[in-house]
Design a protein around this ligand. Sequence first.
Ligand code: NDP
Length: 333
Amino acid sequence: MTVSREIRLKSRPSGLPTADNFELARVDLPDPSPGQVQVKNTWMTVDPYMRGRMNDVRSYTPPFQLGQALQGGAVGEVTASNDPSLKTGDLVQSFFGWREAFNAPAAAVQKLDTHGLPPQAFLGFAGMPGLTAYVGLLRIAELKAGDVVFVSGAAGAVGSVACQIAKLKGHTVIGSAGGSQKAGFLREIGVDHAIDYKAERDLTAALMRAAPEGIDVYFENVGGAHMEAALAAAKTFGRFALCGMISEYNNTDLGQGVRGLVQVVGKSLTLRGFIVSNHTDMQDAFVKDLAGWVAAGKIQSRETVKEGIENAPAAFLGLFKGENLGKMLVRLN
Ligand code: NDP
């Protein structure tokens, strides 16, 4: 028997989740059955979309079940194999995060070839968040030469990659993030105008100063005042890639609404939401472009790391308090 620990959803949050919504449970894992592998996770990710799965509502992913381990991306090492496709020591990626170890059919995990990158990069800039930035800019916003691009949540996992891809493609980029340290990071990654939105009394005025002639593209991660500022600053025929609206995920009602939405009509704006899992056909192009950018030393990444499965809920809660610079991760020992 192998002893593992996992985080379960104890109760459904109303509004901002708290530590009391989670429980740490101990599990005894038998040896893997035929066709199965046993994996010890080394890294797991926490992501904002997981908040939606804590509600008992139909969405693009089913809700987490009470009393059961949460799910999410993880990388780990095969510690026992009862299937010829994988052997002890293989590095694998899976959707069995939020637990230290697990047994699963070999077909439910993917062997990971890191191409020299650290394994946890595949939970961040080289994984789902990176692909999200790529899809949002290139397919959803249909980035064109000369576009002025505004990115909110710019110092986070998705936003920091979006800023860098837009810079690599030669655009003027305005990034917004909370706090002077994050604004400093945005300048380090080449953002032309870094807005510390927490230091601005009037975000719309700050965006107008950064883009006096307006923005062509808005990569939306935050919602609320950021959306209102982007609507005000948008040029005619502006394109908005609606990736996320984290400021609304803990609302218990429909919230305040967006002021100035009427500008979508007058400015002939295109607002298009997307879910990255509907665009996996772009994965190969993303991997190829990313490999070139990484080889040329043109992509920077940051991680904020919490240690141990017992701190996974705190890592998740930290996303809603802006505690992460770059990708929020949990290292499992
Ligand atoms: P981040 O790494 O950006 O972490 C979340 C950040 O959001 C925090 O660090 C904080 O940054 C900011 N934030 C939190 N609460 C608020 C608030 N109330 N108001 C303003 N900012 C807030 O997360 P990800 O990069 O993983 O995700 C970014 C966005 O992309 C999210 O909305 C997420 O849901 C979405 N997403 C969408 C996908 C899709 O398929 N459409 C796929 C992946 C992510 P700060 O300190 O700067 O405020």
